[in-house]
Ligand binder design. Structure first.
Ligand SMILES: [Fe+2]
Ligand SMILES: [Fe+2]
Length: 155
């Protein structure tokens, strides 16, 4: 994940496209996790699961969640690098700091959820985890990422 050059003419075109693509990937990875477990999708717990291989489920979920988490964290780093490299951080320090704070909070919360997976409660945890992240991610994009790209466009 890198961008070839900075928007020298004051337009965020390339950066915006890169960010949008990363958001698309994030959503895709998140729905892959959400769709892993038919029980979770049906709002059922693990007790009524006919497959019922809890250890296996737990491993698959944590592998995919780890992949999602590391993609998410490098996406956040990428946005934060853009803030610095475009000078936005210097120009709009307060909003950049709030934005970065939300990245930190989201990473922390996701990590907590992923590290507390319990093989007996996996399907309900999974449903909670993915709907929580989906909501937070779309709020974050509306409240922080869009305004950031708009500010880059205006500069
Ligand atoms: Fe983002
Ligand atoms: Fe962001």
């Amino acid at each position: 994940m890198h961008h070839a050059k900075l928007p020298g003419n004051g337009h965020s075109g390339n950066l915006g496209a890169e960010i949008n693509e990363e958001h698309r990937m994030l959503r895709q990875k998140l729905s892959a996790v959400a769709e892993l477990c038919p029980q979770a999708m049906a709002g059922q717990d693990c007790k009524s699961c006919s497959v019922h291989v809890p250890k296996h489920c737990c491993r698959v979920v944590s592998d995919l969640s780890e992949d999602l988490m590391s993609y998410m964290v490098s996406h956040f780093r990428n946005e934060e690098r853009m803030m610095r490299e475009t000078g936005l951080f210097q120009r709009a320090r307060e909003s950049c700091e709030r934005h970065m704070q939300d990245h930190g909070d989201m990473s922390e919360a996701a990590l907590q959820l992923v590290t507390h997976l319990d093989e007996c409660k996996l399907s309900t945890q999974l449903a909670g985890l993915t709907s929580f992240l989906e909501r937070w991610m779309s709020d974050h994009i509306t409240q922080h990422d869009r305004p950031m790209l708009d500010m880059l466009d205006e500069s």
